[in-house]
Design a protein around this ligand. Structure first.
Ligand code: HEC
Length: 276
């Protein structure tokens, strides 16, 4: 038995596999160990920089770009949206504790009453609805994208702190985990194939980022001003393996985001960030 266990731990260190019956915390620790083993010099907090960690030139370029971000005018649009009162005179800030500061790191969470995972975007829409406004479309980057690019920045530096408590929450988490490890598409790749097993390798022209840190820096502005949310990125990666993407805001993506965010627990959030 001991031998078997050691063999399994050895294999999981090599392949980053997680045990089917592990607790979320065991999953997280196991992935952490896997990446630490692979990248012994990479500091925990630096995982928020994703693939940039593998390319020192790109990382230093990134830091200089972030001093005068090219997306400032877009970011300001998001700020204006956040600060403009609804027709009833109330504001987004009135919907959330402490005006929405240090909040985003608690999302997604499992809502027992609704019996489902609630993402940050869903909370924004609930706020709009409660104030008599139409909901935003999840994938509309001009509304949801820009607004959350600003409002999530109110949680900059907050440590990711996703909770998975109770059987139903665990079930949703497990579904997200299964999604992450499931192979799909013509290329028959799982998220884990690229972001765990092949992490740090180059595919086409890009280094593959670790899944640890993935969820801590959204939205991103790509190529200057193009805002991209985490679930938009899910769809891009799924299309890249020639599989059919799910709808943004679907239960599949929300459960994936729940698992995917949990494994970044403890990392300081940063929003928005620039990516090429
Ligand atoms: C064929 C390999 C491949 C697969 C499979 C894949 N991705 Fe990616 N992914 C990439 C590449 C390439 C990038 C861009 C470089 C990078 O940041 O890793 C990327 C980027 C990302 C990013 C953005 C990282 C950042 O810092 O900007 C996230 C998040 C992500 N992928 C999540 C996923 C998830 C979740 C899945 C499974 C649904 C998945 N990926 C499947 C190749 C893949």
């Amino acid at each position: 038995m001991k031998k078997l266990l050691t063999a399994f731990l050895g294999a999981s260190l090599l392949f980053g596999a997680v045990a089917a019956n592990a607790t979320p915390e065991q999953d997280r620790q196991q992935l952490l160990e896997y990446y630490k083993h692979k990248f012994p010099n990479l500091k925990f907090d630096d995982y928020v920089h994703g693939a940039l960690n593998f390319n020192p030139d790109a990382l230093s370029q990134y830091f200089s770009i972030m001093e005068f971000p090219p997306y400032d005018s877009q970011f300001d649009k998001g700020r204006k949206m956040w600060e403009t009162p609804f027709k009833n005179g109330k504001k987004y800030a009135d919907c959330f504790p402490d005006g929405g500061k240090n909040l985003a790191g608690h999302y997604p969470y499992f809502d027992e009453k609704l019996s489902k995972v609630v993402t940050y975007e869903m909370a924004i829409n609930s706020c709009r609805k409660a104030n008599g406004e139409d909901e935003f479309e999840y994938k509309d980057m001009k509304t949801m994208g820009l607004l959350t690019a600003y409002s999530r920045s109110l949680s900059d530096g907050m440590k990711m702190s996703i909770k998975v408590n109770g059987p139903k929450a665990t079930e949703a988490y497990e579904k997200g985990k299964a999604f992450f490890y499931q192979r799909r598409g013509q290329l028959n790749f799982a998220c884990a194939t690229c972001h765990v097993q092949q992490v740090g390798n180059i595919i086409r022209t890009e280094y593959l980022s670790p899944a640890l840190g993935h969820a801590a820096h959204w939205p991103e502005f790509r190529a200057g001003e193009k805002v991209t949310t985490l679930q938009t990125r899910y769809s891009q990666c799924i299309k890249n393996v020639r599989a059919k993407p799910f709808n943004q805001g679907s239960e599949e993506y929300n459960d994936l985001e729940y698992f995917h965010s949990y494994i970044s627990n403890g990392l300081p959030m940063q929003t928005p960030v620039f990516r090429k």
